[in-house]
Design a protein around this ligand. Structure first.
Ligand SMILES: NC(=O)c1ccc[n+]([C@@H]2O[C@H](COP(=O)([O-])OP(=O)(O)OC[C@H]3O[C@@H](n4cnc5c(N)ncnc54)[C@H](OP(=O)(O)O)[C@@H]3O)[C@@H](O)[C@H]2O)c1
Length: 260
């Protein structure tokens, strides 16, 4: 049976991934906080794609959320062969100026919940003939970003964890892919209070649907990493050869100058 879990499925990239997996015949467990949006999306997907779509409204900053999800799967005999850890967001500002509680929550959603959910669902994935994990990082995973220091660090964590886990699972039925998008036309900028960056982001933005398509192709192709978009790909490749201090200065020129 084709079943998949997607976190952060209520909007943006998660919603695009949900529609495309449903189109491929996957029944879905959709997870996010916005209960009404999620319920409506599940109904819409069920009607449009003739698959089962379930919604589970949860705050992934709650460390107990992974247990809640694995319990739900057991109770509903939901046995996914795909896990997509997509939920994530940024806090924009100086590390010392933003409340630590707010930043801890972001860290838990971007990293802790991803780790806990992967650990909880891996035993189910291993029972399938072939299974896939896709973790959503960012091009920010490849360099430090002043004013988004903790966000970039959290995405570097996601990339490193994904690669390490992929190697550990290399002789099993579970493939791990890390998808690192650049700017996308989603709710991300508004959520982070980065409206001042909107004009700059617009020049580089990719539609979430395009990123989803490229991500799913990489995941089902068992690729280790995917950086959709030529500009994003080349930026990351250049970041491997340029000095860190220079990269940080370029990033600071982009982000810091826009921060009030
Ligand atoms: N957009 C970009 O420019 C960009 C670039 C690189 C990487 N990314 C990454 O791509 C992924 C998807 O982001 P997006 O661009 O699609 O942003 P988005 O439109 O803001 O979607 C984020 C999703 O995460 C969910 N979410 C946020 N906090 C949550 C929490 N505490 N518990 C449960 N769900 C939560 C949101 O749902 P609710 O609000 O309903 O909870 C929403 O479904 C993220 O990991 C992001 O870091 C985005």
């Amino acid at each position: 049976m084709k079943q998949a879990i997607i976190t952060g499925a209520s909007k943006g990239l998660g919603k695009a991934l949900a529609h495309q997996l449903a189109e491929m015949g996957y029944s879905l467990l959709l997870i996010a906080r916005s209960e009404k949006i999620l319920t409506e999306l599940a109904v819409n997907i069920t009607q449009t794609h003739k698959v089962q779509a379930h919604s589970l409204a949860l705050d992934l900053s709650d460390p107990a959320s992974a247990k809640t999800i694995s319990t739900w799967c057991a109770q509903h005999q939901f046995t996914p062969s795909v896990l997509i850890n997509n939920a994530g967001y940024a806090c924009w500002g100086f590390f010392e100026s933003m409340p630590i509680e707010q930043q801890e929550k972001m860290l838990q959603v971007n990293t802790g919940s991803l780790v806990n959910l992967t650990h909880a669902i891996l035993p189910i994935l291993k029972q399938q003939p072939q299974a896939y994990i896709m973790n959503i990082a960012s091009t920010a995973a490849y360099q430090a970003v002043p004013t988004m220091a903790l966000y970039a660090a959290s995405k570097a964590f996601v990339k490193s964890f994904s690669r390490g886990l992929r190697y550990e699972l290399r002789d099993t039925n579970v493939s791990v892919t890390c998808l690192s998008p650049g700017p996308m036309s989603t709710n991300f900028i508004q959520q982070a209070g980065m409206e001042a960056m909107q004009e700059t982001a617009k020049k580089f933005e990719m539609p979430a649907e395009v990123v989803a398509k490229k991500g799913l192709r990489a995941m089902f192709g068992k690729k280790s990493e995917s950086i959709p978009g030529m500009v994003n790909y080349l930026t990351v490749k250049f970041s491997n050869i340029l000095p860190d201090a220079l990269l940080e200065k370029i990033a600071a020129n982009l982000y810091l100058t826009k921060l009030k």
